[in-house]
Write a protein that binds this ligand. Sequence first.
Ligand SMILES: C[S@@+](CC[C@H](N)C(=O)[O-])C[C@H]1O[C@@H](n2cnc3c(N)ncnc32)[C@H](O)[C@@H]1O
Length: 308
Amino acid sequence: MTVTAYLAHPDFIDELIGELGDVCERHGRLLLAPGPARAVAWAQNIWYEPQRVTIASIGDAAKTLRGIQRNWAHYAYEAQGRAKLIAEKLPHVSGKPLVFPQARPAAPLGSWTLLDRNTMLCAPHCSSAFSNGEVPFVEDKVTPPTRAYLKLWEALTLLDERPGPGDVCLDLGSCPGGWTWVVQQLGVRVLSIDKAPLDPAIAALPNIEFRAQSAFALDPREFERIDWLFCDVACYPKRLLTLVKRWIESGVCGRLVCTIKLQGETDQAVLREFADIAGSTTRHLWHNKHELTWTWARSEPGAGAPQL
Ligand SMILES: C[S@@+](CC[C@H](N)C(=O)[O-])C[C@H]1O[C@@H](n2cnc3c(N)ncnc32)[C@H](O)[C@@H]1O
């Protein structure tokens, strides 16, 4: 039977179990489910075609992994002392934090874990280029007013695309200004919208126009072209869905990056409606809390939409 392994965020294991619906084996937050890989939102990393290998010794495990490929990330679960000794025998893989807007690592990264002293689960191909799907950044602890900027850094890094000079950007629900700051730093003009004011240090930066109004009152017909629309508005998913459909139907937007805020019981029907929008991806990012990041790109003729 083909199985796939899915690694959950430590705080959102139940969400991934619920989304998969048919977990057949669980090792901490690593969940195995039958069949080929599915495009689930709550997995931080997906291990494609994991292999179960019986190992005779620490040296044997390291030799087996090195024989498959160079780069491996360890998911720490059982027999951690033994696993550490195996890891020491593997080539060093740089887990250096990225300096945004640095590109993500290009080299494939496999994942492995010990299920017990003598059994290893390993997968040479995984969905994430980062160890256990954790995307590390050299943080700016001075300028951005909160840590919300990290989820936009992560989304743009995984998209392999960023806004650039000449692009017109709209940031909805922008207060206190972390996302507006990220976009402004990329040399872009940004129209920043919130009912509450921006942090004064962000508002004083060049190329930012702030309007104190509701994001839902903004009419897409007011704009000729929006290259990137960002939305981190605190609102119910259904309300966000109406907003994104309106902007997509207007035809003025090139790309959207939105946070779907979740509270209490998740409205699965609304999430399915988001997922059904052609050219979109829904993902739980490492820096997301109880929320998902939904991205969309207008597809150019003959080109596939970029995927998170
Ligand atoms: C999570 S915060 C946004 C953080 C922001 N992205 C940052 O990086 O600093 C959510 C924001 O949504 C705003 N908001 C809620 N309802 C809104 C509405 N109808 N129109 C515009 N903004 C709204 C709130 O005022 C709040 O500032």
